[in-house]
Write a new protein. Structure first.
Length: 471
């Protein structure tokens, strides 16, 4: 019969060493909070469900985990934090009173814990009372030390409770346990707080088990987050893991050490991601797409064959097949670029659909636009979409040509195939096939006037430069 496993993740502490208003387990790495990383590892390793012990930041911790894991998470409340043993007691009493099977216990501040290590622990603990992971660490300060007798683990001593010889032990407790539920229930009822911190230590359960198995882990993966420096160290481990998995599956990461990809992004095989790119949230970069240097994308889909030139910044947008963007373009939410379309340098788009093969090439702002196919929007064109109170739509039908430096004052529609002359301010709809010219006045060429104007300006400059006559 397969092992029945539920997990407990301890996430009630404030984490004072973070020196942050935000509870520790809500800090983020690669787009996920620390507590989400821990819960995901437990479920990946085979836990059927996970009980999260909450306290500080309780509402937010419940929100973020429920949003991601739905029915697979439940919660236990630890109103005052009397230690890790007390936290587990809260979980067992409130959520697992009748559970029989194996309880996998993790701390919510060890985000890089590999599911494979947890699986190995569960396999080895099967039929035993207690199993734990241990690891070697050259500077073990701060961690609980593993006590062995004749090679077997017989207990854990917290750093603050160690004597000099115990402090020298370099085998530490990363804080991962698999425990038989019935034994755990009895053991946590017996915990005392006669220790340096006056807390109920979960680690004291180990000495009570008598029949302990252990699995060796790698400390770099298992390190905890107590302060922001350790948060950055864990982030580096996870970033490398994400990038390695993508690269080994065929994604073209040119320089993984400078590439930041959130855990929920997809980069398909044969897509290229250049150095210094940030993919945040839920981006998808399809096969054959190319995201060049310095692009920062959040929740963006980049279709096959699309090319994002350097320093494109985009959010919540879709970039169609073989579309081209940038360099230095800003696509704001709800930008949809159809196949083969183009948004060039120093353009900003927002809530705009650009039809097949259409181009917005230079220094334009297009907001609240509905743009058909094969449209050309010239340099410096502005969609005046906002009247100070409401946003209005600008519609450009297929094959429209808008000359440079025009302003289209929305709501306004330019009919199919129409032309807007450069420098026009368009306030009325333009019928299909028409030419609209809306300039301040007609052009007037005064022959020879430029030479006379220049002479006048030069004379004015000479008289300004002459020293004043003495009186
Ligand atoms: C703990 C272990 C130590 C181990 C280290 C590994 C104990 C007594 N010590 O120490 O052996 O080497 O982790 O990182 O277990 N928490 C609660 N409620 C509480 C106390 C803590 O939910 O009352 C949660 C915290 O939010 C945190 C986790 O448990 O996510 C660990 O607590 P922390 O105070 O960081 O324990 P350490 O001192 O690091
Ligand atoms: Ca810790």
């Amino acid at each position: 019969m397969s092992q029945d496993v539920v997990a407990i993740v301890l996430a009630a502490g404030q984490g004072t060493r973070m020196k942050s208003a935000l509870p520790k387990v809500l800090h983020r790495i690669a787009g996920r909070t620390l507590v989400e990383w821990s819960v995901a590892a437990a479920l990946d390793a085979g836990a059927r469900e996970c009980v999260v012990v909450v306290g500080h930041g309780r509402d937010t911790v419940e929100d973020v985990t429920r949003r991601r894991f739905g029915e697979r998470v439940r919660f236990a409340l630890q109103t005052e934090q009397h230690g890790t043993g007390h936290a587990v007691r809260c979980a067992m009493e409130q959520a697992l009173a009748d559970f029989e099977g194996t309880v996998l216990i993790l701390y919510g501040d060890c985000p890089a814990t590999p599911p494979a290590t947890l699986k190995e622990l569960l396999a080895k603990t099967r039929g035993r009372r207690l199993g734990l992971v241990t690891a070697r660490l050259s500077s073990p300060r701060g961690y609980g030390r593993i006590l062995r007798r004749e090679g077997r683990v017989v207990g854990i001593r917290e750093d603050k409770d160690c004597d000099a010889s115990e402090r020298a032990i370099d085998e530490v407790n990363p804080g991962i346990y698999a425990v038989d539920a019935a034994f755990l229930r009895a053991a946590i009822a017996d915990l005392g707080s006669d220790n340096a911190q006056g807390e109920l230590y979960l680690t004291d359960v180990v000495a009570m088990a008598e029949d302990v198995v252990d699995v060796q882990g790698e400390m770099r993966q298992l390190q905890g987050v107590n302060d922001r420096w350790q948060l950055a160290a864990c982030a580096a481990v996870l970033r490398e893991r994400i990038n390695e998995a993508l690269a080994r599956a065929g994604a073209g990461l040119v320089d993984p050490s400078t590439t930041y990809i959130d855990a929920d992004c997809v980069v398909e095989a044969d897509a290229t991601v250049a150095p210094q790119v940030h993919l945040r949230g839920r981006c998808v970069v399809r096969s054959g797409a190319h995201v060049d240097v310095g692009c920062v994308l959040r929740d963006v889909e980049v279709a096959a064959g699309a090319y994002l030139q350097p320093y494109t910044v985009a959010a919540d947008s879709h970039i169609g097949e073989r579309a081209q963007v940038g360099p230095f373009a800003h696509l704001r939410p709800q930008t949809i670029l159809s196949e083969g379309s183009k948004v060039g340098n120093f353009c900003e788009t927002k809530k705009t659909t650009l039809g097949k093969g259409s181009k917005v090439n230079h220094l334009a702002y297009v907001g609240d636009g509905v743009i058909g196919a094969r449209v050309n929007v010239g340099a410096g064109v502005i969609f005046c979409n906002y009247d100070g109170v409401q946003k209005h739509t600008t519609t450009l039908e297929d094959d429209v040509f808008v000359g440079s430096d025009s302003q289209l004052v929305a709501p306004v529609t330019i009919g199919q195939g129409a032309y807007v002359a450069s420098g026009s301010t368009i306030t009325k709809d333009v019928p299909a096939g028409a030419l609209a010219i809306a300039r301040h006045r007609k052009q007037d060429n005064k022959e020879g006037y430029a030479t006379r104007l220049r002479e006048r300006f030069a004379a004015a400059k000479r008289s300004a430069d002459e020293p004043d006559e003495p009186e």
